[in-house]
Write a protein that binds this ligand. Sequence first.
Ligand code: ZN
Ligand code: ZN
Length: 150
Amino acid sequence: MAGAASASCIFCQIASKSRPTTILHSDEKVVAFEDISPAAVRHYLVIPVEHIPNVKDLQRRTEDFSLVTHMLEVGQTLLRRDAPQCTQYRFGFHQPPLNSINHLHLHCLALPYTPRWKCVKFLSLGSIGFLEAEKLLEKLKPLPPVISKV
Ligand SMILES: [Zn+2]
Ligand SMILES: [Zn+2]
């Protein structure tokens, strides 16, 4: 269930600072840290403090749209700061069942991949592969209110 922090969830432990981790950014909504097995020059993860299992738990509503927007902004700011020499960045999510940890996390990659074959983990394969953050935001963006004619 979204919202219920799980004691056994490694990312909840990081978000609550009960597991020693080098935190790159933290605020009331999100926490950012380095991926434990980096696949690129820089490879960060941005997670919500709240336990949201995966992208399927997000809905088209303002709350979820602004959360993902904020996660993306934090990731972009960190990569621009730490990898200004890189010209290509990728931001996205693994979709279940191919997500490794069941706590929503945005992969932030400053390319190239290291080693190069790691790129296979981030292939966009439609509904099962890597989901670009921008694509997810399109799905979550609240629809404009319907203006009814009087
Ligand atoms: Zn969690
Ligand atoms: Zn992942």
